[in-house]
Design a protein around this ligand. Structure first.
Ligand SMILES: [Fe+2]
Length: 390
């Protein structure tokens, strides 16, 4: 009886402690889905709140000099209440730098005809400089991006590979899959890679994500696009920055759909069929055909791997890409560095598989694509140059 009483007291005390925890941002901000005229700003609070982003020109006028335009997350005109904040900032100028801050006001009661607010928290623009971002170029210009893959929750490795991003004029980072071993909870995503990404670079440099087979696993896998929205609303999509057109493909899982590991939930063969039909339309599009460089990113590799997922991407995607002037394909998944020039393995384009402990930099102008592979000390391992085919 005494033990039960002590347990009850302990529970009450822990409940009190939880109630007393300060309202705060637990992860972010991190930038997603950068385009010429918009960006999505994301962050997570520990309790429900209304969130907004304030935008200012990147000039010498203090952020507090005037009321700044505010952008909210809303659904059909009604601002949303939640912990995951996903604010689309639109109407921006191409190739232009902006300052911003994020703010969340806690919602302590949310009833049909009554809403009560609590504390507000936000990024500091008083003691620290506001965050900054630069929208993508609309005209052919130089573009720089950095690609990593297969980090599998190793925050130290992610940090080592990407710590140079803020000082390197990188336009965006690309996560080419398997940043985590699986997606089981929000806290696990935050702990495995998202908090490190936000603190290292992603508050000011956006990242794009190619879903790896490990991100298809776990109870939170269905929420992937809520945390990492894409221009198409699907895990496969395209985007353009200056002279480069990027196709992001999703190879799905790596074993046959009926493998025991998927517990009867695998339906990737049909998914890849649907994706292949979408890809056929993309390679016919004007934007793709007009680009100076056409780059494909996919976690699973169609070569150097004989598992079912890899074979499917080889059979379903490669024949569509061949003959359409692909300049480069970048993959991961095998954890082994590999490079094949155009014409090998049935691919009429060069293909590089990046190792987990290396990062790939792409420097792209309207005339040349330079690929540099660097190790975690940022030393150059390999450099390749590709002239435009146009
Ligand atoms: Fe993988």
């Amino acid at each position: 009886m005494k033990k039960q009483l002590l347990c009850a007291i302990a529970l009450l005390m822990s409940a009190h402690l939880v109630a007393q925890e300060e309202f705060k941002i637990i992860c972010g901000p991190y930038l997603q889905n950068m385009q010429e005229d918009e960006v999505t700003v994301m962050w997570i609070t520990n309790r429900d709140a209304v969130g907004w982003v304030e935008i200012a020109p990147d000039d010498s006028v203090h952020f507090y000099a005037e009321t700044r335009p505010a952008f909210y997350q809303s659904i059909n005109g009604r601002k949303t209440i939640g912990r995951l904040h996903r604010v689309r900032v639109s109407g921006l100028e191409a190739g232009t730098s902006y300052r911003y801050r994020v703010i969340s006001r806690e919602v302590t009661r949310n009833e049909d005809y009554f809403v009560q607010y609590g504390q507000a928290v936000g990024s500091d623009v008083f003691l620290h400089a506001p965050y900054r971002f630069t929208t993508f170029e609309s005209d052919p210009s130089s573009v720089r991006c950095t690609i990593v893959n297969d980090i599998h929750g190793k925050n130290d490795l992610q940090k080592a590979l990407l710590s140079r991003v803020p000082d390197s004029a990188t336009d965006f980072v690309f996560f080419n899959g398997d940043m985590a071993n699986h997606l089981s909870s929000e806290q696990q995503i935050v702990d495995d890679f998202l908090k490190t990404a936000s603190e290292t670079f992603a508050a000011e440099t956006p990242f794009f994500f190619s879903r790896g087979n490990h991100e298809t696993r776990g109870r939170l896998a269905y929420e992937f696009l809520n945390y990492f929205p894409t221009p198409s609303g699907r895990p496969y999509y395209t985007f353009q920055n200056g002279p480069a057109y990027f196709i992001v493909l999703d190879g799905g899982e790596d074993k046959p759909d009926n493998d025991i590991e998927y517990h009867g939930l695998g339906d990737y063969d049909r998914y890849r069929d649907e994706e292949a039909r979408w890809l056929q339309e993309i390679v016919q599009s004007e934007a793709f055909r007009q680009a100076a460089f056409r780059i494909v990113l996919m976690h699973v590799t169609p070569v150097n791997d004989s598992w079912h997922g890899a074979l499917e991407t080889r059979q379903k995607f490669v024949p569509i890409l061949n003959g359409h002037g692909i300049d480069l394909m970048l993959c991961g998944h095998t954890h082994q560095a590999y490079y094949a020039p155009a014409g090998e393995n049935g691919c009429d384009f060069p293909l590089l598989i990046n190792a987990p402990d290396q990062a790939v930099d792409l420097d792209i102008s309207d005339r040349q694509l330079t690929l540099t592979v660097r190790d975690s000390q940022h030393r150059t391992i390999k450099t390749l140059n590709f002239p435009t085919k146009k």
